[in-house]
Design a protein. Structure first.
Length: 316
């Protein structure tokens, strides 16, 4: 009962306040309307609006409430937009960081590739067997050019002498310690006949080149011989996998000879090569000659050589 009386009293107050407000608006009162405090209560929503200073005479109470609701919605929307904007900025920062890291990684790889290329170029420049350096060192006008022919014709030997004289060198009849080039004839596959001089060139790492190098260089109008590497022999009729080049490059790199750390005992009767020839070849290739056959790894057999299917008669 008391609760009903209170509610009725509050409703009466609301009605009286609304009537007073309507009367004031109609009479267009000159007094300062904002100075009159009015208390409004909404029973159904338990919401209270206090103070006439927040009421515009041209706006109803419902419109005023809607205005506050719209303001709150706008405020919430602004906050939501700000959160989205902050998220977008954060994503952009992360994206920029990823791109920056990728650029740095690519730069590091690029620098490493350039560094490797510089080192490779430096090694090629320092390689003593490069085409240009070999040509300058071994075909220039200097007394160090020493040629030896292997199974050349008389006319070819004569042309070799002219070539050697033109470039300040000489031609010898036998292989020796000063020999720089061994001149041979090759077939269409770049292979030559296996001879003692050919084996001496392999064992000592000398240039073994086709005779056409001399011929084409003399036909050339220039005073400089053609690059010798273009005419290097691939091998002989028995073994033709660039053995001369491999032996030459191995010696240029300072590597041990083919028979390094090996002991040999050579007996008389090793035909078709003499004992001295066999001994010299083994020593050139890094082998050691011993006088006791029990301490050696290889013994040259005294039996005559057998002609093989390939045609080789060399027992070594």
């Amino acid at each position: 009962m008391l609760s009903n009386l209170n509610e009725s009293s509050r409703l009466g107050e609301i009605v009286e306040a609304l009537k007073a407000l309507e009367s004031a608006m109609k009479k267009d009162m000159k007094e300062d309307f904002t100075s009159t405090p009015i208390t409004c209560a909404y029973h159904s929503h338990e919401a209270i609006c206090i103070g006439a200073s927040s009421i515009n005479p041209d706006v109803t109470v419902v419109e005023e409430t809607q205005f506050h609701l719209n303001s709150q919605l706008q405020h919430d929307q602004v906050q939501q937009d700000q959160v989205q904007q902050d998220q977008v900025q954060q994503d952009q920062v992360q994206h920029n960081q990823v791109q920056h890291d990728q650029v740095q990684h690519d730069q590091v790889q690029h620098d490493q590739v350039q560094q490797d290329q510089v080192q490779q170029d430096q090694v090629q420049k320092e390689e003593p067997t490069s085409m240009s350096e070999a040509t300058q060192k071994q075909t220039s006008s200097s007394p160090h050019l020493s040629l030896v022919g292997s199974r050349l014709t008389g006319a070819q030997l004569q042309q070799a002498k002219i070539f050697a004289k033109k470039h300040g060198g000489r031609i010898a009849t036998c292989f020796n310690g000063s020999t720089t080039h061994i001149i041979v004839n090759v077939d269409e596959n770049g292979r030559c006949t296996r001879t003692l001089k050919y084996l001496q060139g392999i064992a000592s790492g000398r240039w073994i080149v086709d005779y056409q190098w001399i011929k084409h260089s003399l036909e050339n109008e220039g005073q400089v011989a053609l690059p010798v590497s273009m005419y290097e022999v691939r091998g002989d009729h028995i073994y033709s996998v660039d053995a001369p080049q491999k032996a030459r490059l191995s010696l240029a790199r300072g590597e041990a000879g083919l028979f390094a750390c090996m002991n040999f005992f050579v007996m008389e009767g090793c035909t078709p090569l003499s004992k001295d020839h066999i001994t010299n070849l083994l020593v050139m290739a890094g082998g050691k000659i011993v006088s006791n056959p029990q301490s050696c790894l290889v013994v040259c057999d005294t039996t005559p050589p057998i002609r093989r299917a390939c045609g080789c008669r060399c027992c070594c």
